[in-house]
Design a protein around this ligand. Structure first.
Ligand SMILES: Nc1ncnc2c1ncn2[C@@H]1O[C@H](COP(=O)(O)OP(=O)(O)O)[C@@H](O)[C@H]1O
Ligand SMILES: [Mg+2]
Length: 286
C-alpha cells in the first residue's frame, strides 16, 4: 500500500496561548513495499506525523492518502484506514492488558472480526514473525516476561491484524543491545518476506543503515532531507547542526579520508568498510 501526504499542517492547541505548529507543509510519498527510516531531534514532529497515518490525529490543513483512502480535516474513513495501517506506539508494552500473551495478541484480530477458527493461526503467525516461542510463552502473563519479550508481544499484537502498512515509533527505544539487534533483524525479515510498507522512527543512524532503503530527516516541524541513507549520511555538518549524528561507520570512513585514504563515502556497513580498508592497506603495503 502506498502513502501520499500533501501539504500537511498540524497545530496543537490552536487558538490558545499554547498554540504550536507541530507539522508545517509536509509533502511525502511512500511507495508500496518501501522500508523508510524517520529520524529527527526530540520534538521535531515525528510522532505527530505518524499519528496522522492511522487517523489518530486529523490534519489542520492538507491530506493523507493511503491507497484510495483519503483523510482530511473534513473527512476520513478511519475504520478502513486502521484496518490497513498498523501503528506500534513508543513503549507499546505499557498497553498490554490481557491476562495472557495469547489473549493480548488475539485482541486486535477479534476486534476487527477475524473468525474465531482463524484466530489461533493468526496468533501463531504473528508470534513467529517476532521470534516468540508459542508453546513456551503464549499462556504466560505479560508481566512475567522480560522487557524485550513484552515489546515483541506488543508488536505481534499489531502484526496479528495483518496490516499492509506498518508504522513503528522508536521500536528499539530502551531495549538492551541484544534485544535491539534481534528486533531489527526481525523487522528486516518481516519486510523481506511480506513486502509490506514499513515506516519506522528511530534515534539511531546505525539502525537506519541496517534497515532502511530511504531516510527522512525532520527538523522543527519540517522535512529537511528525504533521500537514500548513504546520500543523507554525507551531510555530516548539516546533520550535526540539527543535533543528529551519522553512523559510526560513516564517521570512520570520513575521518580516514581526511587522513589520506580515498575510501568511497557511500560505505555504510561495517563489512564493506572492513573490506575497503583492508584492500586500501594492502595496495599501499604491497
Ligand atoms: N499532546 C500534545 N500537546 C501539545 N503539544 C504537543 C503534544 N504532543 C507533542 N507536542 C509538541 O509537538 C512538538 C512535536 O512533538 P512530537 O511529534 O512528539 O516530536 P518527536 O516525536 O519528534 O519527538 C513538540 O514541540 C512537542 O512538545
Ligand atoms: Mg516521538
Amino acid at each position: 500500500m502506498s502513502i501520499k501526504i500533501e501539504n500537511l499542517k498540524y497545530i496543537y492547541d490552536p487558538g490558545t496561548p499554547y498554540e504550536l505548529v507541530a507539522l508545517d507543509d509536509i509533502n511525502l510519498e511512500i511507495k508500496s513495499g518501501e522500508i523508510v527510516g524517520l529520524i529527527g531531534h526530540t520534538g521535531s514532529g515525528k510522532s505527530t506525523l505518524i499519528q496522522h497515518l492511522n487517523g489518530l490525529l486529523k490534519p489542520a490543513e492538507g491530506s493523507i492518502t493511503v491507497d484510495n483512502i483519503i483523510l482530511t480535516k473534513e473527512k476520513g474513513q478511519l475504520r478502513e484506514l486502521r484496518k490497513n495501517v498498523g501503528l506500534v506506539f513508543q513503549y507499546p508494552e505499557y498497553q498490554l492488558f490481557e491476562e495472557t500473551v495469547y489473549k493480548d495478541i488475539a485482541f486486535g484480530p477479534r476486534n476487527i472480526g477475524v473468525p474465531e477458527e482463524e484466530i489461533d493461526g493468526v496468533v501463531r503467525d504473528a508470534m513467529a514473525h517476532v521470534g516468540l516461542d508459542f508453546d513456551q510463552i503464549s499462556e504466560k502473563a505479560p508481566f512475567e516476561l522480560s522487557g524485550g519479550q513484552k515489546r515483541k508481544v506488543a508488536i505481534a499484537g499489531v502484526l496479528a491484524m495483518k496490516p499492509k502498512v506498518l508504522i513503528l515509533d522508536e521500536p528499539t527505544a530502551g531495549l538492551d543491545p541484544k534485544s535491539r539487534d534481534e528486533l531489527i533483524e526481525y523487522i528486516r525479515l518481516l519486510h523481506e518476506k511480506e513486502q509490506i510498507t514499513i515506516l519506522f522512527v528511530t534515534h539511531s543512524m546505525d539502525e537506519v543503515a541496517r534497515l532502511a532503503n530511504r531516510l527522512i530527516v525532520m527538523h522543527k516541524s519540517k522535512i529537511v532531507f528525504d533521500d537514500l541513507p548513504k546520500k543523507v549520511f554525507k551531510e555530516v555538518e548539516t546533520l550535526q547542526n540539527i543535533g543528529l549524528d551519522v553512523p559510526e561507520v560513516s564517521k570512520l570512513v570520513h575521518q580516514l579520508n581526511q587522513n589520506g585514504f580515498k575510501l568511497n563515502e557511500d560505505i555504510i556497513t561495517l563489512k564493506s568498510a572492513q573490506d575497503a580498508i583492508l584492500s586500501a592497506l594492502r595496495s599501499k603495503t604491497c
